[in-house]
Design a protein around this ligand. Structure first.
Ligand code: 6PG
Length: 247
């Protein structure tokens, strides 16, 4: 199944992880400035995992710290592990430590997934938050940040899992890589409604899967990341040289 083509598709390979984080911070600031100037608010879904930590830390330092209207930013998440917010595995916790605390982001501007709750209820509640706070039908996030797993997953859209075929919901419970550790994830419907989607991919361990997703674009529907295609939005892949070494 070839994904519908995004409005624009771009790949940029940066020399190293630091320049990847800097490029991503510049992109974040540009998206934020555009959204706030046009609509007064910037709705962004953060990615989990380890790669985006460098981006979040970069955003807390000059020049980006002072260049972004943080009071007009509303933070969401691409996915969450079904764990309490203080758990080391929590994507919310990582963002809180790397971004929200250093920037003193008011809790009312952060819309987290309640990983501590029953997964089905947490998914329904998160979907309610998206519909209540993000304009558009379906809600249209201004920016969705995503990572790439070595199996081709993104957010918590893992190969062969039920969330891949969810066509109506915006957020669902989905099995994670470890038995008994479910996840809550945005669906393609939520991701592909975004104005801009940016993948951040770093390190030599991602070179093979990045090539499989990008070099054979459209011909690897078995790889969840390959199917992300914001229909009325733009898609940017940012990789460092190690991750992009086989493109
Ligand atoms: C998560 C992320 C997941 C992540 C990839 C890449 O909750 O872990 O949503 O999709 O982006 O697994 O993770 P790394 O950045 O740690 O390689």
């Amino acid at each position: 199944m070839r994904p519908a083509a995004p409005a624009s598709f771009e790949i940029a390979v940066l020399p190293d992880a630091d320049s990847l984080a800097l490029a991503a911070a510049d992109e974040f600031a540009r998206s934020a400035a555009d959204a706030v100037s046009r609509r007064g608010l910037f709705h962004v879904a953060l990615s989990g995992g380890s790669t985006p930590r460098a981006l979040y830390r970069r955003l807390t330092k000059p020049p980006h710290r002072g260049a972004i209207p943080w009071d007009s930013v509303r933070f969401f998440f691409g996915d969450e592990r079904c764990v309490p917010p203080g758990d080391d595995r929590s994507n919310y916790r990582m963002a809180r430590e790397a971004l929200f605390k250093p920037l003193r982001i008011a809790p009312r501007r952060v819309f987290r997934v309640r990983g501590e709750d029953d997964p089905a209820r947490a998914a329904r509640e998160y979907e309610r938050l998206l519909r209540a706070h993000v304009p558009g039908r379906p809600p249209r996030l201004d920016l969705v940040l995503l990572g790439l797993g070595e199996d081709g997953h993104t957010a918590s859209l893992f190969p062969g899992t039920p969330a891949l075929t969810e066509g109506k919901r915006l957020a669902v419970e989905n099995p994670g890589p470890r038995p008994g550790e479910p996840r809550i994830t945005l669906t393609y419907r939520a991701i592909d409604s975004a104005r801009r989607v940016i993948f951040l991919v770093s390190g030599s361990t991602k070179a093979k899967i990045a090539a499989a997703v990008l070099a054979k674009r459209g011909r690897r529907p078995d790889l969840p990341a390959a199917r992300v295609a914001p229909r009325r939005g733009t898609l940017l892949w940012l990789l460092d040289e190690e991750a992009g070494s086989r493109l």
